[in-house]
Design a protein around this ligand. Structure first.
Ligand SMILES: Cc1cc2nc3c(=O)[nH]c(=O)nc-3n(C[C@H](O)[C@H](O)[C@H](O)COP(=O)(O)OP(=O)(O)OC[C@H]3O[C@@H](n4cnc5c(N)ncnc54)[C@H](O)[C@@H]3O)c2cc1C
Ligand SMILES: NC(=O)c1ccc[n+]([C@@H]2O[C@H](COP(=O)([O-])OP(=O)(O)OC[C@H]3O[C@@H](n4cnc5c(N)ncnc54)[C@H](O)[C@@H]3O)[C@@H](O)[C@H]2O)c1
Length: 472
């Protein structure tokens, strides 16, 4: 057994672990990084990257078959599903060097490709290494949750971990779960030529504002995706190629392939957390505002910490931990400026409070400003007018923004900046946006906040008349 003493031990080389390791080593710490499987974790290998690459294939196919409104004849795209998967693999391969063992060793990180397991409160064993660390960061991520639905065990179902290996296009893809994974993959497959049925136990895209989710769901249904809501799957029957899902209300859905996308399970099994005095909750490792576990020398970040499960959140957590573990500075997480986006077309994006949350928190002080994509000239030129931006404002400050529509994921960036820095609506309206851009929507939404104050205001009108009388 090789003994290692290190300043910072990071368990898991996914989005969170890699960010901590890269930051800490470049600031002078001695860093050891464990990875049991693939460098880059879920995002690179089974999540964000492959899903966005497949979405890009679907988008291309869709554009070919919906070109007529732009004066170009529609063509039926010849989809080669296996080649689309080659494109996915190529995109992963292109990004992989950034997350590679070679790159991290080049930065000075000690990378050990073994599974870590606590033996006491500051010691972890991994293969034939015994590592004692001043601080430890658990960044082990999450895995697809496979619910105990009768009949599922033994059925050849797909998850986000196995989807990318599938080379034959499903004739009819059944998707259990209408969250972001389910809806993104439903649309990509529909556009690549599969029939698709989404079976959702409650409301599809249910973590988002229902008014905004509705805009997206209308778009998806118009493309021919069947979305069954309030359809909790209770039994799976059949065999490969002929699968049936029965919902609690007796509805039966038939398809050839089954994708299970009903949420995530934190990767805590095998870590032997008890040995280190680390407690868990139903959603993951129990952490405080500063991401410290019940063992004060151990942090948990990213998906395993059980909060918002996004790559940019894991990266944000990494910054908090570096501040605390390396410099001993107080650092607390906040979710009020954390955005997320679902990359369907139209896209769906959120930062801060939804309308319902803002109403609950701010009551009569809340003003809600809406601005429709149909008033944006660029959206008209691109024929992407289905969409809405909604800003929740309290005393001139945005506390939440919801956007459904073309490039919503890009538009939300500005509002993340605004909320993170406590800026006001006036700061957004002061901005000059180039014409014609989709980004003008943000400025116009801010403008819509001031419209009643400026244009429907008797005092302003009186003042203008008065000044006009005296102006030479
Ligand atoms: C299909 C899909 C699409 C997604 N799309 C997006 C998106 O568009 N945008 C976005 O922001 N987020 C997206 N996500 C979420 C994103 O992938 C995760 O939030 C992110 O990967 C979490 O990072 P992490 O570092 O916490 O965990 P991970 O990236 O999962 O990394 C954890 C690593 O720890 C390793 N590990 C586990 N246990 C041990 C152990 N005991 N010892 C050593 N190593 C261990 C694992 O092998 C893994 O490599 C998507 C997720 C999925 C599934
Ligand atoms: N664009 C992105 O950023 C992106 C994309 C994909 C995934 N992700 C991340 O991954 C996480 C997991 O995504 P997800 O879509 O698996 O989970 P999710 O929890 O967001 O959605 C799962 C859905 O499955 C439904 N469900 C649960 N059990 C069911 C059953 N038996 N029958 C029918 N429906 C059932 C739930 O009601 C829910 O709507 C997301 O929350 C997000 O954090 C992000």
């Amino acid at each position: 057994m090789q003994t290692i003493k290190t300043d910072l031990l990071v368990i898991g080389a996914g989005s969170g672990g890699l960010s901590v390791a890269a930051g800490a080593v470049q600031m002078g710490a001695d860093v050891t990084l464990l990875e049991a499987h693939k460098m880059g974790g879920d995002c690179l290998n089974y999540g964000c990257v492959p899903s966005k690459a497949l979405i890009a294939s679907g988008k291309t196919a869709y554009a070919m078959s919906h070109a007529a409104p732009y004066g170009i004849a529609d063509v039926a795209p010849q989809v080669d599903y296996a080649a689309a998967k080659d494109h996915v693999a190529d995109v992963i391969e292109t990004i992989a060097p950034v997350d590679s063992q070679e790159r991290f060793e080049g930065l000075g990180v000690r990378v050990i490709r073994e599974r870590g397991r606590f033996v006491d409160e500051n010691t972890v064993e991994a293969g034939d290494h015994r590592i004692t660390a001043r601080r430890i960061v658990i960044a082990t991520g999450s895995s697809p949750l496979v619910p105990p639905i009768p009949g599922l065990d033994g059925m050849p179902y797909i998850t986000n971990e196995t989807l990318w290996e599938l080379r034959d296009r499903p004739d009819h893809l059944l998707v259990i779960g209408g969250g972001p994974i389910g809806m993104e993959m439903a649309q990509a497959h529909r556009r690549l030529g599969s029939q698709v049925t989404v079976i959702e136990g409650a409301k599809a895209l249910g973590k988002d504002d229902p008014e905004m989710a509705q805009i997206v769901l209308e778009g998806l249904r118009a493309e021919g995706i069947e979305i069954a809501e309030d359809a909790m799957a209770r039994e799976i029957r059949g065999k490969a190629g002929a699968i049936e899902v029965e919902a609690e209300d007796g509805r039966v859905f038939k398809g050839t392939h089954l994708l299970v996308a009903v949420g995530r399970k934190a990767n805590t099994d095998g870590l032997n957390l008890d040995a280190a005095g680390i407690k868990t909750t139903r959603s993951g490792i129990q952490v405080d505002d500063g991401l410290k576990t019940t063992n004060r020398k151990v942090y948990a970040i990213g998906d395993v910490a059980g909060g918002l499960q996004f790559t940019h959140v894991a990266g944000y957590h990494a910054g908090i931990v570096i501040r605390s573990a390396l410099f001993g500075l107080p650092a607390k997480t906040s979710t009020k400026h954390i955005p997320w986006a679902t990359y369907t077309q139209p896209e769906l994006a959120q930062v801060g409070l939804t309308e319902a949350q803002a109403k609950k928190e701010h009551g009569i002080n809340l003003e809600v400003v809406r601005f429709h994509y149909s008033h944006n000239d660029r959206a008209i030129a691109e024929r992407k007018t289905a969409g809405l931006i909604k800003v929740m404002v309290v005393k001139g400050k945005p506390v939440g923004v919801s956007i459904a529509g073309y490039q919503a994921g890009e538009l939300i960036n500005l509002w993340s900046l605004v909320i993170a820095n406590g800026l006001k609506m006036k700061h957004v309206s002061n901005m000059v946006a180039p014409y014609p851009t989709i980004g003008e929507l943000n400025k116009r939404a801010a403008g819509a906040y001031f419209t009643p104050r400026l244009f429907e205001n008797d005092t302003v009108k009186k003042l203008v008349r008065l000044v006009q009388r005296w102006l030479p």
